[in-house]
Design a protein around this ligand. Structure first.
Ligand code: C5P
Length: 219
């Protein structure tokens, strides 16, 4: 592995959760600290890549990337990705994007009642699926946090979203943790990255992704 292998390449990373407002003070979100996505940004920087980070709401120090775009909702994140995607060589989608948003979000604070209320949800766009489905997509890396059947769920996701590489982990072991175990799935099969701090895992992931990326470039 050459540390400079991604030098002059542009790597776009999404990280953190998205937040979908229900009203002025309430919302739906996913459990995500953003630690893995930010570690991936740092690991990509170490290779000499130009890194663009699109981040949902997190409480983390910003890595010294070329550009950070801060977003709140999945729809904001999609717009930010659309704005950056054309010059991107590698897209790494680490964000825990909320799958649904409130259909009729209010800008006022809704009043509490004693009865049950119904919240209607609309599906959010799948940002990674959109990028991987572009006519000339960048090299796409996905993440999957599962609570069970890691391998089956991860493989199904990789196929459905047409990804050359997907990194999967167990949500209950990973969310908010400093260390994690990652399993990478690619055309060659499955690669287990044993438990390590997220920055070290991110370096291993970037190394693996850059090798696959280079192979693709040679084809
Ligand atoms: O949520 P899911 O398990 O399908 O996420 C798998 C991958 O797809 C992750 O890389 C995530 O960042 C991405 N994703 C996305 N937009 C969504 C849902 C997921 O980009 N709406």
């Amino acid at each position: 592995f050459q540390p400079g292998v991604l030098r002059s390449k542009r790597v776009l990373i999404t990280a953190g959760p998205t937040y979908e407002a229900i009203d002025a003070v309430r919302g739906i979100t996913n459990l995500s600290s953003g630690k893995m996505g930010y570690a991936v940004a740092r690991a990509a920087l170490e290779t000499g890549a130009e890194v663009i980070l699109i981040s949902g709401p997190v409480c983390l120090d910003t890595p010294p990337v070329a550009k950070v775009v801060r977003v709140t909702s999945a729809q904001d994140m999609l717009v930010a990705v659309e704005n950056e995607i054309s010059r991107t060589d590698i897209f790494i989608s680490v964000a825990a994007v909320a799958d649904y948003r409130a259909r009729n979000a209010s800008t006022q604070k809704a009043k509490k009642t004693n009865g049950n209320i119904t919240l209607e949800l609309a599906p959010n766009p799948d940002i990674l699926e959109y990028v991987a489905g572009l006519p000339n997509p960048p090299f796409c890396v996905g993440f999957a946090a599962e609570t069970e059947n890691l391998e089956e769920n991860a493989q199904a996701k990789r196929q459905r979203k047409k990804l050359p590489l997907l990194a999967a982990n167990l949500a209950q072991d990973t969310i908010g943790a400093e260390d994690c175990v990652l399993t990478l799935f690619d055309d060659a099969g499955k690669h287990l990255l044993s438990k390590a701090p997220k920055l070290e895992q991110a370096r291993r992931l970037i190394r693996h992704a850059s090798l696959l990326y280079e192979e693709r470039q040679k084809r």
